[in-house]
Design a protein around this ligand. Structure first.
Ligand SMILES: NC(=O)c1ccc[n+]([C@@H]2O[C@H](COP(=O)([O-])OP(=O)(O)OC[C@H]3O[C@@H](n4cnc5c(N)ncnc54)[C@H](OP(=O)(O)O)[C@@H]3O)[C@@H](O)[C@H]2O)c1
Length: 270
């Protein structure tokens, strides 16, 4: 186990809050944790009192690790306050979408160690997946602490180039919305074949929930095998898959969608 360092959670909204709770659950000592949030909720104030972490500390003390979890558009206005808590020894972990390592370095010049991470919304229930890229020379123990922090919301994959963060964004960052839309399209198709709308939605939703849970619980089995296991030759599933898996079926559409998301991520990062 790596030695815990002072952790500053900068922005304790959905993602920062989930990782704060995860760090506390994982045993990060509360006395080493500070949280900066300009308008803390009553719940956050109560939690700080109960658990013993510091809320909105005075500038001065440098953090060993900073989790930067504000909205990307807040970076400019927050940079001065943040600069007071970092130095060249600080590891900054940013989960901000669309803000590059260069964006952060240009605003926080003292920084030499930056991790750019892209989580996704199932992080809120501990079932997210995060892709992360390391810029700068971070030690194995610092990397282990960063991994521990990011894994409090689910799984973690390291990528070798910053460029790949845009691809991670396009696949897993935005991916939950694609799956939610799949539920909508399956329900709509159910209506087209005569089901009442509410029943079609319940069937579609439970199907995606259950299939997702099967994938989760049967992690060793490739999705293609799970698909083949429920597809008898000449049966009903095969009839549908003939369309979904056609040359102009779901694959080219998904590839087009993911490429559009990646292009947008690149454009937003500037
Ligand atoms: N949620 C996700 O699933 C998800 C997925 C991938 C990446 N991300 C990234 O995670 C970041 C946070 O997203 P979120 O969904 O957690 O947003 P959020 O719930 O709005 O959280 C942002 C938090 O930062 C606080 N804040 C604003 N200005 C600040 C400042 N100057 N100093 C310190 N704290 C400040 C906000 O306080 P107020 O509410 O008072 O403004 C809020 O508590 C974003 O950059 C987003 O791109 C989120």
């Amino acid at each position: 186990m790596s030695e815990f360092v002072p952790l500053l959670v900068f922005g304790a909204g959905k993602m920062g809050g989930a990782m704060l709770n995860g760090a506390l659950r994982a045993g990060w000592p509360a006395k080493l944790i500070s949280v900066i949030d300009p308008n803390p909720s009553d719940a956050l104030r109560d939690q700080a009192k109960k658990e013993g972490f510091t809320l909105n500390p005075a500038p001065g003390a440098k953090a060993g690790l900073v989790l930067l979890a504000i909205k990307p558009q807040m970076l400019d206005s927050a940079a001065v306050a943040l600069a007071a808590h970092v130095d060249s020894a600080t590891v900054l972990v940013s989960v901000m979408a669309g803000k590059s390592i260069a964006d952060m370095k240009s605003r926080l010049r003292a920084l030499t160690k930056i991790v750019r991470a892209m989580p996704n919304t199932p992080a809120a229930i501990g079932r997210g997946i995060t892709g992360a890229y390391i810029a700068g020379a971070i030690s194995p123990s610092e990397k282990a602490l960063v991994a521990m922090l990011l894994q409090t919301t689910g799984r973690l994959e390291w990528v070798e180039t910053e460029d790949l963060i845009d691809s991670v964004t396009a696949v897993s960052g935005s991916g939950p919305a694609y799956v939610f839309h799949l539920v909508e399209t399956l329900a709509k198709a159910g209506e087209e074949v005569g089901l009442p709308a509410d029943l079609a939605m319940r069937l579609a939703r439970a199907t995606i929930e259950g299939a997702g849970e099967l994938l989760f619980q049967d992690a060793a089995t490739p999705p293609a095998t799970l698909r083949q296991n429920v597809t008898s030759p000449g049966g009903t599933t095969a009839a549908a898959l003939e369309h979904l898996m056609a040359a102009d079926g779901l694959q080219p559409l998904m590839t087009k969608a993911v490429k559009a998301a990646r292009a947008r991520a690149k454009a937003l990062a500037g």
